[in-house]
Design a protein around this ligand. Structure first.
Ligand code: ARG
Length: 239
C-alpha cells in the first residue's frame, strides 16, 4: 500500500498487503487505523518490485473502504491486527488483473495447525535493519521487494519470560524467526504476507497459503525478540 500525500506526484511506500480476490486485500489494522478518516490519501499498488520503476503488471487502485476487525486492539497490544481493504469498483474495471507476477494467496484452512517445523516466506519493502544508525535518516525502506524465510516458533517458547512473556502473545498471533536473532521482518513490512508453501489436498498440489500478516516485534532480528504475526486462520473476519 502506498500513500499519496496531498495527491502530489511523489508517493511513499506505507505498508504491505495481500491480494485475496480481484477486489480485496488483507492487511494489518494498525497500518491504517490512525488514518481511518482520511483513507483517501492511500491507494493500493500491486505488481510492484522496484518502487521507483514502473514494473510489468504494476497496477494502482483507489480504496473504496476498509473493514477493521471489530476487536482490533482489544486485549493485548495489536490484538486482532487485521483489516480488509476493498478497492473501488470503477466503470469497466474488473479489479486486479492477475498475471505471472500478480495473484491471490490461498486462505488457510480454519483448522490449520502451525507446526514449528513450517518455514514461512515473508516479504516486503520494510527496513533492512532497525538498530543501525542510518535509521535516523528518513524511513529507510528498501527500494526492491525483499524476502526471507523464517521458521514458526512454538507458542510456549514465544511466551517464555525471556522472549515476550505470557501476556503479549494472544491466540490470534504467532511468532516466527530465529531466537538467536537473524532474518526477520521490520518496520514497513507490516500487513505483508507470511506464506507457507503447503500441499493442499483439495488441489493435489502445493500452493502459497497465507498463514500470517506481519504485525509487530521489538526491534528487528534481535535475539529472543522474533517477529509476531497475525494468525489469519485463528481470527474471525468476513468479506
Ligand atoms: N510494526 C511494523 C510495521 O508497521 C512491523 C514490525 C515487525 N517487526 C519485527 N521484528 N518482525 O511495519
Amino acid at each position: 500500500m502506498v500513500t499519496d500525500v496531498a495527491k502530489i506526484c511523489r508517493t511513499f511506500h506505507h505498508c504491505g498487503a495481500v491480494i485475496i480476490s480481484p477486489f480485496h486485500l488483507l492487511t494489518t489494522a494498525h497500518c491504517l487505523w490512525d488514518y481511518r478518516d482520511t483513507t483517501g490519501i492511500y491507494y493500493v499498488r500491486v505488481g510492484d518490485n522496484v518502487i521507483e520503476v514502473l514494473d510489468d503488471e504494476e497496477q494502482d487502485f483507489d480504496i473504496e473502504k476498509i473493514d477493521f476487525h471489530e476487536e482490533f486492539g482489544v486485549g493485548p497490544y495489536l490484538n486482532n491486527d487485521i483489516a480488509v481493504v476493498h478497492i473501488k469498483r470503477t466503470g469497466v474495471s474488473g479489479g486486479i488483473r492477475f498475471g505471472n507476477k500478480v495473484g491471490p494467496a490461498c486462505l488457510p484452512p480454519r483448522d490449520l495447525f502451525l507446526s514449528p517445523a513450517i518455514n514461512l516466506t515473508v516479504s516486503g519493502w520494510g527496513k533492512n535493519g532497525y538498530d543501525q544508525p542510518q535509521r535516523q535518516k528518513g524511513t529507510n525502506f528498501v527500494s526492491k521487494l525483499n524476502m526471507a524465510v523464517v521458521p514458526v516458533i512454538q507458542r510456549a517458547t514465544c511466551k517464555e519470560e525471556k522472549v515476550y512473556g505470557p501476556e503479549k502473545i494472544s491466540l490470534g498471533m504467532f511468532c516466527a524467526g530465529l531466537l538467536e536473532g537473524g532474518p526477520d521482518t521490520c518496520q514497513g513490512d507490516s500487513g505483508g504476507p507470511a506464506v507457507a508453501f503447503l500441499r493442499l489436498a483439495k488441489f493435489h498440489e502445493t500452493r502459497a497459503t497465507l498463514v500470517g500478516l506481519t504485525s509487530w516485534g521489538y526491534g528487528c532480528g534481535r535475539e529472543n525478540k522474533p517477529g509476531v504475526y497475525t494468525q489469519v486462520s485463528a481470527i474471525k473476519w468476513t468479506l
